[in-house]
Every structure is written in structure tokens, then in C-alpha cells.
Design a protein around this ligand. Structure first.
Ligand code: FES
Length: 161
């Protein structure tokens, strides 16, 4: 008996884009992580409709797809900013006053830890030592490191992006 996969579609989502990504994986096993990586690479995060479509198309329970997506730190279920800010909360940075830098950064962006600005320009994160303790307090914006920070320096850094 032939079965058909029924996928509830959300009107404004580009399922064809996802379908193209899935082509090489249909009928294969052990593909959840690589498929999620492809979807995230394409969209910048894992949109819910894409995950539901993927599950139905590859005949994998949605719960398993979400289980994997939430297990690995590399995957993001919410949209991410164009620029990722990582403020170091390691010991050296703490001792040298990173808390005030962190507070100022969150205040200027209007977001909390793990959140993204409404214009999708910045995502704010806090991380453990990033290995630049000599420059403490430190933050990274994407791959760029900014050291010897003070709250009054944050605005000028944000303006660069
Ligand atoms: S503690 Fe911040 S860079 Fe090491």
C-alpha cells in the first residue's frame, strides 16, 4: 500500500527551499544532524515550519527532530542576529569589572542574555573565558575581540556593526 506524507503548510513559509535541502537525504538513515545543519545554514536558525516539514518528509517523529535540535548547543530555534555579541563572564573579566560592561551592553541593545534585537542586528550572549584574559574585560562581536572595556566604550563598538 502506498502512503502519502501530509504536511500542514504555513502560507508564508518557503517549503520549496527546504525541499531542495532535503533532496539528498530522503530515504537515508542517521541524517537528522546534517539536515538540521543545512537548514540552519540556509535560514540562520531552525524555523519551526522547516522542522515539521523535514520530519514529515523524512518520516522521522517531530519529537526526535526537536530532541536533537535542543540537545546540541550549535542549533538555534529562534532567529539570530546578524552580529553575535559574546561578553566574557570568566574570572579575570569579572575581577576587572565586566559586569558593568555587560549591563551597559544589554541596556543599549534592550535585550537580555540569549536574546536578539527586534531588528535582528544583534544577539547578546555571555560566555566563559574566551582566552584573552590579558585584555580583560573582553567581549567578542562575531570574530572580533574588544578588550580593556569600560561601559562608556560599548556604544562606539556597537556602532561599528
Ligand atoms: S576571563 Fe575573560 S578572557 Fe579570560
Amino acid at each position: 500500500m502506498q502512503t502519502t506524507t501530509v504536511v500542514a503548510k504555513t502560507m508564508d513559509f518557503d517549503y520549496e527551499q527546504v525541499e531542495k535541502l532535503l533532496q539528498e537525504f530522503v530515504g537515508k538513515k542517521g541524517v537528522v544532524v546534517p539536515v538540521l545543519q543545512k537548514i540552519q545554514h540556509e535560514f540562520g536558525y531552525l524555523p519551526r515550519p522547516a522542522l515539521e516539514y523535514m520530519a514529515a518528509r523524512l518520516r522521522i517523529p517531530v519529537s526526535r527532530v526537536y530532541g536533537v535540535a535542543t540537545f546540541y548547543a550549535q542549533f538555534h530555534l529562534q532567529p539570530r542576529g546578524k552580529n553575535i555579541i559574546r561578553v566574557c563572564r570568566g574570572t579575570a573579566c569579572h575581577v576587572r569589572g565586566v559586569t558593568k560592561v555587560a549591563e551597559k551592553t544589554k541596556e543599549l541593545l534592550g535585550v537580555g542574555v540569549g536574546e536578539t534585537t527586534a531588528d535582528l542586528k544583534f544577539t547578546y550572549e555571555e560566555v566563559a573565558c574566551i582566552g584573552a584574559c590579558g585584555l580583560a574585560p573582553v567581549m567578542m562581536v562575531n570574530e572580533q575581540t574588544f578588550g580593556k572595556l569600560a561601559p562608556e566604550k560599548v556604544q562606539a563598538i556597537l556602532k561599528k556593526f
